[in-house]
Design a protein. Structure first.
Length: 326
């Protein structure tokens, strides 16, 4: 027999003992459920590359929100799908009074006033170029884009948004949006900055859902290089100074070190976006019987909390809710 003062296995002997010493726990309070809305009525369109996720028309979306709300999900983030015919260079549709997205936001807010409603601010759902900003001669223009993003944010706040979510990665947009919101009296509307958003291969299924893939090139002149982490801290310094209330790392699973870096360096909540490709990988492997999908899902999400995420945006939120309610 070995003489050991420390036997870490003692704390793992029973389920109750393991629960007692557990360091991180997933609760529904931490989740934001991303949802997709499209035009029409009675629609519930399956997204092929995201099994279990659908695009809803506003009527069916409201039913779905009632359901997830009753399961205990308290926050959602809405993304719109627009037909090609409504897209242009400047994403003008985003500012049209009573456009689908703004109408959806205000209906959701009036039917579910206690749900935290987060928006998406970027040009891509409305852009004929499929980019997050205005394109000129193949370049994405920064300051011109920020002006539009600020107007979008104000329109969304007017529609009832609780959290504005700029997902575009233009420089200076957090400060500009904050000033814009304040000047219109929306001092209580929060901003969750997509602070460290990487030019990632894991967004493919999302672009299927929105039909928003770039028409040319990639997003590398505005989204971050996956090789960099110091640069994420610079982005965070700027967003913090410009007034972000919450800062996001995206994607989450391949960027746990970035989540940790932001958590260690800033005293505001840090969120992680468990993106569409991460969701699709688990679903595909589970459907093939190669992994236990439910266990892999929980392990993946827990890793984000352990890395320091206070909030997780995830397409798994509904499944987690069902599981935690069992
Ligand atoms: C674009 C946007 C993207 C996502 C959220 N907002 C894709 C992109 O940058 O091309 C991806 C979300 C996901 O993959 O789940 N503004």
């Amino acid at each position: 027999m070995q003489i050991l003062n420390r036997r870490p296995r003692r704390n793992r002997q029973t389920a109750a003992m393991r629960a007692l010493v557990e360091e991180n726990t997933l609760t529904l309070n931490d989740f934001i459920f991303p949802m997709f809305v499209q035009e029409g009525s009675g629609a519930k369109i399956a997204i092929k590359s995201m099994p279990g996720i659908f695009r809803f028309s506003l009527d069916t979306l409201l039913h779905e929100i009632a359901e997830i709300h009753s399961l205990g999900i308290r926050s959602i983030c809405l993304f719109p799908n627009y037909p090609e015919a409504k897209k242009d260079k400047y994403g003008s549709e985003s500012l049209v009074k009573d456009t689908l997205y703004l109408k959806a936001l205000s209906e959701i807010k009036s039917k579910f006033p206690d749900i935290v409603l987060m928006t998406d601010v970027a040009l891509d759902p409305y852009s004929s170029d499929g980019h997050d900003g205005v394109v000129e001669n193949g370049k994405i223009l920064n300051d011109e884009t920020v002006e539009i993003l600020t107007k979008m944010s104000i329109a969304q706040a007017k529609a009832g948004a609780d959290i504005i979510g700029p997902s575009d990665m233009m420089d200076g947009r957090i400060g500009a949006i904050r000033r814009g919101l304040d000047s219109e009296g929306f001092t209580d509307v929060s901003i969750m900055a997509y602070t460290a958003k990487y030019a990632s291969a894991f967004y493919g299924p999302f672009r299927d859902a929105l039909e928003s893939a770039p028409k040319f090139g990639d997003k590398k002149t505005y989204q971050m290089n996956p090789a960099n982490v110091k640069e994420a801290i610079l982005e965070a310094q700027l967003d913090f100074e410009e007034g972000a209330d919450i800062m996001m790392v995206k994607p989450a699973f391949s960027y746990l070190d970035v989540i940790k870096a932001l958590k260690d360096n800033f005293n505001i909540p840090i969120s992680a976006y468990n993106v569409s490709g991460e969701y699709a990988m688990i679903k595909a492997a589970a459907q093939n019987g190669w992994i236990d999908g439910e266990k892999a899902m929980m392990e993946m999400l827990l890793s984000m909390k352990r890395a320091g995420a206070d909030i997780i945006l995830s397409y798994f939120a509904k499944e987690v809710a069902v599981l935690l309610n069992e």
